[in-house]
Design a protein around this ligand. Structure first.
Ligand SMILES: [Zn+2]
Length: 481
């Protein structure tokens, strides 16, 4: 394709999918030719263009530019063609309902290639059809793998002199250093404080968004943020919203800036059955259930927003003061993963008990992924995974192909191990398949991820888990009553 034809195609694309105004055609054309280093007359021609044509347009520019900075150049052009934040915010507020506004904003971030839909479509998704938990395992090909120790280091770093202070700060919009030219945000008011909404470029699930506090403050699981969660749930009734725990090992990868994650998806935990209703004193308008879930989770349900917030906050404070030496619960390390949503005309809060303690025997965490499963996942188990949607690192795509090759050529195993020594880490998987404990690599992944959920359970050291949970609850009810 002639490069000028491609420029014309892009301008047509921007008119159709990025709200480019006809009066801005020459303005846009001159920017594009400057960036790709061409010159010449241009006459706009209307051509038919589909949303998917974006990848063809990008590919043609890449071939033409044929240099190491072509990604950056294309990013600059697409960002230039994206409406300014103020224009997007105005349009967002012009919709009659939040759902239409949210869909508009989501589609715009796909259209300007901030959310890389084509790459996300290549992610591998494995569904659990056998166990009652119905978890989902994904191998996300665009997400970098992080180390818990690196995450812990980040919290203590004095980042005052760095601009923007972190990858979540509002100052990232149109920031060249962090390559966030195409990022756009929508301001929010939650619990009378300033927050903003943006999308995750990795999109772990449909309409995966991030809700971030304007102030660069560390994560804190506390009353103020429980209020903010339910405020969001009341404004965005079609989404769930959750907060990671505020400590390394059991939390997300960014702990130095308060933020939530949400999206338009029913998570496996939300489909799980309840085991039984439990009494939580003093909150008659709130029902509380113990979930049938590998890591101990309570579900709070109420029509009343204030009551559910107070019930969860009360329970959080109790859990944060609960010690039980026999089963290794040290309250100094206790925290929670909390998720809120509005469902069937009621508020729901999911409270997952977490603990970040380490000791000599468990240097990576007592309630963390066991050592012999870390070849699958070594990062902290955050809220998305605690709810049963696993995001496994991209390296696994290549590694699992090697495992498959090893299994199919097991007679030559010594030769293969010599060539690919890292495969020895995958021995638990190889043995389980060879011993017919599981049928396939996928079955092993599902089984391993369910085991990981049992690993993070804070009651896992109890001989009789049900009895210990009963005692834990009756102590709470005694204190409350
Ligand atoms: Zn920040």
């Amino acid at each position: 394709m002639d490069i000028l034809d491609n420029v014309n195609l892009l301008i047509n694309y921007a008119l159709n999918y990025l709200d480019l105004d006809k009066d801005d055609i020459i303005y846009a054309y001159n920017f594009i030719i400057h960036k790709i280093g061409i010159s010449g007359e241009y006459k706009y021609r209307k051509v038919h263009v589909k949303q998917n044509d974006l990848y063809k347009i990008i590919f043609t520019f890449k071939q033409f530019l044929n240099n190491g900075t072509s990604d950056d150049t294309i990013n600059e052009i697409l960002s230039f063609l994206t409406p300014k934040p103020s224009q997007i915010i105005n349009k967002y507020h012009s919709f009659n309902n939040k759902e239409d506004a949210f869909n508009y904003f989501y589609n715009l971030q796909i259209n300007n290639n901030y959310i890389k839909k084509e790459e996300i479509a290549k992610n591998i998704i494995i569904k659990d059809k056998k166990s009652k938990y119905k978890i989902i395992v994904t191998i996300n090909l665009s997400k970098p793998e992080k180390d818990n120790k690196e995450i812990a280091k980040l919290i203590n770093n004095n980042q005052d002199i760095i601009y923007p202070k972190c990858a979540l700060c509002i100052e990232n919009v149109n920031n060249f250093k962090n390559k966030k030219l195409d990022l756009r945000i929508i301001p929010l008011k939650l619990n009378k404080q300033d927050w903003f909404l943006q999308f995750s470029p990795y999109s772990y699930f449909y309409q995966h968004c991030i809700v971030i506090k304007n102030n660069h403050e560390p994560m804190a699981v506390c009353l103020d943020n429980i209020k903010a969660l339910f405020d969001f749930a009341s404004q965005y009734k079609f989404l769930f919203i959750g907060s990671n725990a505020d400590k390394p090992i059991v939390g997300g990868s960014i702990l130095n800036h308060e933020h939530f994650q949400g999206g338009n998806m029913i998570m496996p935990l939300m489909n799980a059955k309840t085991k039984r209703e439990v009494l939580i004193n003093n909150f008659n308008n709130v029902k509380t259930y113990l979930m049938d879930w590998p890591c101990t989770t309570f579900k709070f349900v109420s029509k009343n927003k204030k009551d559910i917030i107070n019930a969860i906050d009360n329970f959080l404070n109790y859990y944060k003061s609960y010690n039980n030496k026999e089963i290794n619960i040290d309250c100094n390390y206790s925290t929670a993963t909390i998720i809120a949503r509005y469902f069937n005309d009621k508020y729901e809060g999911y409270f997952i008990l977490r603990n970040a303690k380490t000791n000599n025997e468990y240097p990576n965490g007592l309630f963390h992924v066991r050592d012999n499963l870390q070849f699958i996942k070594k990062e902290g188990i955050g809220l998305i995974e605690a709810m049963g949607l696993f995001i496994l690192p991209p390296r696994l795509k290549r590694q699992l192909k090697d495992v498959d090759y090893l299994l199919k050529n097991y007679a030559k195993k010594d030769e293969i191990y010599a060539k690919l020594p890292y495969l020895s880490e995958f021995l638990p998987m190889v043995n389980a398949i060879n011993n017919k404990e599981v049928k396939s690599i996928n079955d092993y992944l599902i089984k391993a991820c369910i085991e990981i959920l049992f690993d993070i359970d804070i009651f896992k050291f109890a001989n009789n888990k049900d009895k210990t949970i009963d005692e834990f609850l009756s102590l709470y009810n005694k204190k409350e009553g």
